[in-house]
Design a protein around this ligand. Structure first.
Ligand SMILES: Cc1cc2nc3c(=O)[nH]c(=O)nc-3n(C[C@H](O)[C@H](O)[C@H](O)COP(=O)(O)O)c2cc1C
Length: 233
């Protein structure tokens, strides 16, 4: 039998969806308090409802406990302080142009403005960028991987899963930081956690309880208007 079709849109559901999608943000300062395992499991269960090509569900999360995250943080900071260049499994963009460059610049300016960092202050900008490798002080990190054999569409499916994870976490009061910066050292990260070459690292997601009063958590990025991202023909 065919699964029952969705109910007609309910105003209440739409309101919740709007509120969640517009209040989620990338957190960059955390409280050290760990998140209970059952909360993490509930978030992953919701994210696991994500659609994927042939229902392959190619995503996998390796979630580090608070203790394991501490060990990883120390090792990563040590590694990133010396390692140069990109050692990712998936190719990093070489250049951002046009709209993409503008949006990237705007997000960066808002971040630095919130922290009172002058555009010309390269030292503080670099220090803030290095915060990625301190996992912004988060008590947990999830390493997101896909099977290498499934190709780019597994990354597409995984991106949708990541989006659902961020939203489900937010709905549970858990703040998140998706971080491609960690994938810059993918081989190191995979070795640290014993993940073999048969998997590609897509990104890390640091998560925990947000430090609400921290200025880095008190700015919003903008979004392109619908006309810019969609064309009806
Ligand atoms: C796949 C992915 C990778 C990201 N990598 C980083 C990162 O390495 N460091 C960082 O500070 N933010 C990272 N972000 C967060 C983006 O900068 C952020 O989502 C974007 O600026 C929109 O802001 P918002 O999440 O606050 O709405 C990443 C986001 C995604 C989805």
């Amino acid at each position: 039998m065919h699964a029952q079709s969705a109910n007609p849109a309910s105003e209440a559901d739409l309101e919740v969806l709007r509120r969640l999608t517009s209040s989620r943000y990338t957190c960059r300062a955390y409280e050290p308090t760990p998140v209970p395992n059952d909360v993490i499991e509930r978030i992953v269960e919701i994210a696991g409802k994500t659609a994927s090509w042939c229902n392959t569900q190619p995503w996998h999360l390796l979630v580090a406990s608070a203790q394991s995250t501490e060990r990883f943080r120390d090792a990563l900071m040590e590694h990133a302080a010396h390692a140069t260049g990109v050692d990712s499994d998936l190719p990093f963009p070489e250049e951002y142009r046009g709209h993409f460059a503008e949006r990237r610049r705007d997000a960066g300016y808002r971040l630095y403005e919130a922290l009172g960092i002058e555009r010309s202050d390269k030292e503080r900008r670099n220090a803030q960028s290095f915060e990625n490798f301190r996992l912004f002080g988060a008590p947990h990190v999830a390493i997101v991987t896909i099977p290498a054999e499934l190709g780019p569409y597994a990354a597409v499916d995984c991106g949708a899963f990541i989006g659902a994870f961020l939203l489900a976490a937010h709905a549970h009061g858990i703040a998140t930081s998706p971080q491609a910066a960690l994938a810059q050292h993918a081989k190191f990260v995979r070795r640290h956690f014993g993940i073999g070459d048969e998997r590609y690292m897509v990104c890390g997601i640091s998560f925990g309880y947000a430090q609400a009063g921290h200025p880095v958590n008190n700015f919003k990025t903008s979004r392109a208007p619908v006309e810019q991202i969609m064309q009806i023909v």
